[in-house]
Design a protein around this ligand. Structure first.
Ligand code: PLP
Length: 353
């Protein structure tokens, strides 16, 4: 971990504890309320549960310390994606999205926002750098793309997008602010599904948006308030607790992913292997759907499920959702199990194929 990430983790872990007085709990209390005492002319920010909640604020403060940017939390990654698009577009605008990125973002644009005259084009991540960005109000990036795991340069695309007046939004779910900081690379806004590695235990849905642009921050906050998409305090508590160990978990997950890739490369059972050199998600292509399903079902250390970024190693065949990948493509999310035991178990199952 570089010095900057180390400083971010120190700040995040101590963001709350350094502010406490004697007798206060180290973790954020789970405050469940719809109402606050509010008499006369309101002179407190604590007005109503849809506007503000102390547990949500504590989680936002911790994420703010990692993102180094004001942060608004949401009840899921898709709630954050929706807020980002609602805050950055108006009727008549065009959005550029990756055709190999998270598919529900495209479903939102195609099935819902197109009806409000917000149009979009979807092109592969590897082609975005050479695309004319002038028609777009928003350029949406996801690098590495999920599930294709292709990369693009946030810095150079942000430069071209800015020149044509577009807002650059990066869905940073697969890397988190400890592995990639899009705002430092020129992006206007970061969106994340904290359901994945940020919370890390696969026990809640969550999302956030971080931006250093005051106007965008105000629009996002307003959207959350009027659309009623404030997250639940209990989920906020789980995310606060989860991100305290984000750096440790990522360290194990990324080291194991790298070691696994070294050991699997060139194996006869694999048609191809894709790993962007960073992160914990690995793309494995087997010769057929049947072989891919066998490794997922038969390997005792692989939990068959959608989603990624949790402590359990998990995998799924992404073609089952209609992603543009081979039928035998498996997205493997490497978890926190002991590295050698994990790799040996996967190797042993591969040998039975
Ligand atoms: C890259 C990416 N962005 C956004 C989302 C949506 O997040 P959520 O499932 O928390 O709504 C996902 C979920 O898989 C994702 O993979």
């Amino acid at each position: 971990m570089d010095k900057e990430s180390s400083d971010l983790v120190m700040n995040m872990i101590h963001a709350r504890s350094s502010q406490l007085s004697d007798g206060e709990p180290i973790g954020p209390p789970i405050v469940t309320t719809a109402k606050y005492k509010l008499s006369g002319t309101p002179d407190t920010p604590y007005t109503y549960g849809r506007d503000i909640n102390p547990t949500v604020e504590a989680t936002e403060a911790a994420i703010h310390a990692l993102e180094q940017a004001p942060t608004v939390a949401f009840p899921s990654g898709m709630a954050a994606v929706t807020a980002a698009l609602m805050a950055t577009t108006k009727a008549g605008d065009r959005v550029l999205v990756p055709s190999d990125g998270y598919y529900v973002t495209r479903v939102l644009l195609e099935d819902i926002l197109a009806g409000h005259d917000i149009l979009f084009d979807a092109i592969p991540t590897r082609d975005i750098a050479t695309t004319d960005l002038t028609p777009y109000a928003v350029v949406w990036l996801e690098t590495p793309s999920n599930p294709g795991l292709d990369l693009c340069s946030i810095r150079s695309i942000s430069e071209s997008a800015k020149a044509s007046g577009a807002t650059v939004v990066v869905d940073n779910t697969t890397l988190t602010p400890l592995l990639q900081r899009p705002l430092d690379l020129g992006a206007d806004m970061v969106v994340s599904s904290d359901t994945k590695a940020m919370s890390g235990h696969s026990d809640c849905l969550y999302g956030h948006i971080a931006t250093r642009d005051e106007d965008l921050f105000q629009k996002i906050s307003k959207w959350r308030k009027v659309s009623g998409s404030i997250p639940d305090p209990f989920a906020s508590f789980l995310v606060h607790r989860g991100i305290m160990t984000l750096e440790l978990r990522l360290q194990r997950m990324c080291e194991s992913a790298g070691a696994l890739v070294d050991r699997l490369e060139g194996r006869r059972q694999l048609k191809s292997l894709k790993y962007p050199g960073i992160g914990f998600v690995v793309g494995l292509t087997f010769e057929s759907e049947a072989v891919a399903e066998r490794i997922i079902d038969e390997c005792p250390v692989i939990f068959a499920s959608t989603s990624f970024g949790g402590v359990h190693t998990s995998a799924e065949r992404r073609a089952r959702w209609g992603d543009d990948v081979a039928e035998g493509f498996v997205r493997l999310s490497v978890g926190c199990e002991p590295t050698e035991a994990l790799i040996r178990a996967i190797e042993a199952t591969l040998e039975t194929l």
